[in-house]
Design a protein around this ligand. Structure first.
Ligand code: C5P
Length: 315
């Protein structure tokens, strides 16, 4: 008879044992399938109704025990991103420590594939990953809902990155509820621009342009998700920040046009941009669109990704 890998007691102890070794957490990027921007609130944020969608383009954080808090990184944004107290990962670790009474001690290493300042919530994703990693490392035993509460204090879209999947976001984006789409997979192509855009700057441009909204309530989008027909979904994608992003970067219109010429069913700016997202019929179609866009050399990088995928998870 083969021995079980873990006796029952060891099985019971596994989370604690795992927490003493390195903890690896993978976290996805997000796109907004629908982004309705409402009025400015007294706290300066805009009231949002958005449909978040987590896609299979990932960052990874490894957390180890340490006597202080340190952060190192490799990949996208290395040398550009501050690794100091203003980094969202560091802020997330300190917020979790304050919430749980734990010392904010960990050695963190971030492997970044999600482009920075791209409208893909890469920084928010890393903060979500840091919360999940340190929760496991320290054995705080917080629920995902508890983590989402801490996440909301750090940034509007961080609770979604803890949850993942497809979800409705309201409030300033921090109130998330899952949208069940019956396990269907959608295929996307991303065109990443040369230079990033700052989210506050895009919201300011939105206000200066008169705060005009084109995206109504996301009812049609919800129905399209349930119908699982990419042609139908294509007609429902909407982003109120698109005009502002195009105002700041008119050349993005050529990228959007190029994606449609390459055969995409629809194209839109992701979140506050500048990444352009294209919907494909299936994986093969996505690969064809990506190859076409790459040949046109109209952007810094082209990626394909599927969605929805889970949020920040321990590997
Ligand atoms: O919440 P987060 O820190 O990610 O937001 C970044 C910036 O984006 C805010 O400082 C604000 O300028 C803008 N924002 C907004 N309304 C929202 C979310 C973000 O105006 N609902």
């Amino acid at each position: 008879m083969t021995e079980p890998l873990f006796s029952e007691d060891e099985e019971f102890d596994r989370p604690r044992l795992a927490a003493h070794g390195p903890v690896r957490v993978r976290v996805p990027a997000k796109i907004n399938l629908h982004l309705h921007v409402g009025p400015t609130r007294p706290d300066g944020y805009h009231e949002l109704t958005t449909v978040y969608h987590a896609i299979g383009l990932y960052d990874e954080i490894t957390a180890r025990r340490g006597d202080t808090l340190t952060l190192t990184m490799e990949g996208e944004g290395t040398g550009e991103l501050s690794l100091g107290e203003d980094n969202l990962v560091v802020r997330a670790v300190r917020a979790l420590a304050a919430e749980t009474g734990h010392d904010p001690h960990a050695r963190l290493h971030l492997k970044k594939q999600i482009p920075i300042a791209a409208g893909l919530a890469g920084g928010s994703a890393d903060a979500a990953a840091a919360l999940v990693a340190c929760d496991q490392l320290w054995g705080t035993g917080m629920s995902r809902d508890d983590l989402a509460v801490v996440a909301a204090t750090l940034g509007s879209d961080i609770p979604f990155l803890v949850l993942g999947g497809t979800a409705l976001g309201t409030g300033r984006g921090e109130l998330v509820s899952p949208i069940l789409t019956g396990g269907h997979t959608w295929h996307w192509v991303l065109a990443v621009a040369e230079e990033g855009l700052s989210t506050p700057v895009v919201y300011r441009a939105f206000d200066e342009l008169g705060g005009r909204t084109n995206a109504g309530p996301p009812d049609g989008l919800m129905a399209a998700l349930r119908q699982r027909d990419p042609e139908v979904l294509a007609g429902e994608l909407a982003n109120d920040l698109q005009a502002a992003a195009l105002h700041l970067r008119p050349e993005l219109q050529q990228v959007l046009d190029a994606g449609i010429e390459a055969g995409a069913l629809a194209g839109l700016i992701s979140g506050s941009g500048p990444t352009c997202v294209f919907l494909a019929e299936d994986g093969r179609h996505a690969a064809l669109i990506a190859a076409d866009l790459e040949e046109r050399r109209c952007c810094r990088a082209v990626r394909t990704a599927v969605g929805p995928v889970p949020g920040a998870r321990v590997l």
